[in-house]
Design a protein around this ligand. Structure first.
Ligand SMILES: [Zn+2]
Length: 64
């Protein structure tokens, strides 16, 4: 799942690595602009809601 850089706010950065720990995923990122690294932990139980929101955004972009 893509994320936004917390340092320079570059968007749509793909995770360099993803790991699953039980019912959670840990995505590791490195910003191509400022080289900032960070990780995001997500509960898989919340994933379906996030996925629906992203699909909605994609639809709006396609319509515009
Ligand atoms: Zn950055």
């Amino acid at each position: 799942m893509k994320d936004t850089c917390p340092s320079c706010l570059a968007r749509d950065i793909a995770p360099a690595e993803s790991r699953t720990r039980g019912d959670r995923t840990v995505d590791g990122y490195q910003c191509p602009n400022c080289r900032r690294t960070w990780t995001v932990t997500r509960d898989l139980t919340a994933y379906s809601e996030l996925h629906a929101r992203r699909a909605h955004n994609r639809t709006r972009k396609a319509a515009a």
